[in-house]
Write a protein that binds this ligand. Structure first.
Ligand code: IPM
Ligand code: MG
Length: 353
């Protein structure tokens, strides 16, 4: 098959990790006889430096025309002093909104080979961790009106039933392919948006009698994640709660450098990026872990390009490399030897070819 893939390397370690993911995608292309057309686009700090704005119009236009977007990471201290609307992060928000990527999927799993990497006690992780956080990505407080007035400021959090309904459907559909359990997280004891959220999720649930639904307040959910993570299958939540809980869910696996994400719209179009940030402190050193980006590319094969078998091939290649004991610095134990970003990418490539 033929597919057009927009590639946004971004800032910090972005270029290094994206290069490895592209290497792996090229291996898939070769092995299965596909034709992927990669097009490099600018966004984030790199775009600010080169063209004076974090999200050039041409990037949005071309991203819209492509089948999928692969992104490294954006941001860094260099641009931290810019005002809110000009920061590199704004590029991410702009891409999410203009491509209507309302469904953010962030799987947090512990790999067998890395069981000991979790900061939680064995007695807590023994039930396994395999959580899929489904975060609403284009609404809520992130996109409501914001204003600074003298000594005060506000950010409006609002949701419509339609916005809640469509993300809930995605969560129930995903749960059907997993352990058939949805935990919806809100703050319905305080927030009106959360009461609407809960009501709407309950309505959608009535069409999925085969899926179990429970509701948790966000404060309780954050506790449950560290005391009993194996109770979770799919966590469905709004934008900001999802931002926070997905960081927590990824951290308890102990290997944030391995966790991918997909941001999807109604059709096949999606944007794929690692969960971690641009890690400016280690940029250019060839020591970052490219696996989260490689696994994001696997999600892209699965969700945007309908290439399930190829996606599985990439997932398996990553697992094989880990099982053989290869580690990048971030996941190597004290005293254990580790390999570089590009060596890790080449090993995964080698497993595929
Ligand atoms: C994330 C990030 C972004 C967010 C930032 C960089 C705007 O934290 O993707 O989770 O808050 O959504
Ligand atoms: Mg975040």
């Amino acid at each position: 098959m033929e597919a057009s893939i927009a590639v946004i390397k971004g800032d910090g370690i972005g270029p290094e990790i994206v290069d490895e993911a592209v290497k792996v995608l090229k291996a898939v292309e070769k092995k299965y006889g596909h034709e992927f057309h990669f097009e490099a686009l600018l966004a984030g700090g790199a775009a600010i430096d080169q063209v004076g704005e974090c999200l050039p119009e041409v990037t949005v236009e071309k991203a819209k025309k492509s089948d999928a977007v692969l992104l490294g990471a954006v941001g860094g201290p260099k641009w931290d002093t810019l005002e809110g609307s000009k920061r590199p992060e704004k590029a991410l928000l702009g891409l999410r909104k203009s491509l209507n990527l309302y469904c953010n999927m962030r799987p947090a799993v512990i790999y067998d080979a890395l069981l000991s990497a979790s900061p939680l006690k064995d007695s807590i992780t023994k039930g396994g961790i395999d959580v899929l956080v489904i975060r609403e990505l284009t609404g809520g407080i992130y996109f409501g009106e914001k204003k600074r007035q003298g000594e005060s400021a506000y950010d409006v959090m609002s949701y419509s039933k339609d916005e809640i309904r469509r993300i809930s459907i995605k969560a129930f559909e995903a749960a059907r392919k997993r352990k058939k359990k949805v935990t919806s997280v809100d703050k319905a004891n305080v927030l009106e948006t959360s009461r609407l959220w809960r009501e709407t999720v309950n309505e959608v649930a009535s069409s999925y009698p085969d899926v179990t639904l429970n509701h948790l307040y966000v404060d309780n959910a954050s506790m449950q994640l560290v005391i009993n993570p194996s109770q979770f299958d799919v966590i469905l939540t709004e934008n900001m709660f999802g931002d926070i809980l997905s960081d927590e869910a990824s951290m308890i696996t102990g290997s944030i450098g391995l966790l991918p994400s997909a941001s999807l719209s109604d059709g096949k179009k999606g944007m794929y990026e690692p969960i971690h940030g641009s890690a400016p402190d280690i940029a250019g050193m060839n020591i970052a872990n490219p696996l989260a980006t490689i696994l994001s590319a696997a999600m892209m094969l699965r969700y945007s390009l309908n290439l399930d078998k190829e996606a599985e091939d990439v997932d398996k290649a990553v697992k094989a490399v880990l099982d053989k004991g290869f580690r990048t610095k971030d996941i190597a134990k004290e005293g254990e030897s580790w390999i570089s970003t590009s060596e890790m990418g080449s090993l995964v490539e080698g497993e595929i070819l």
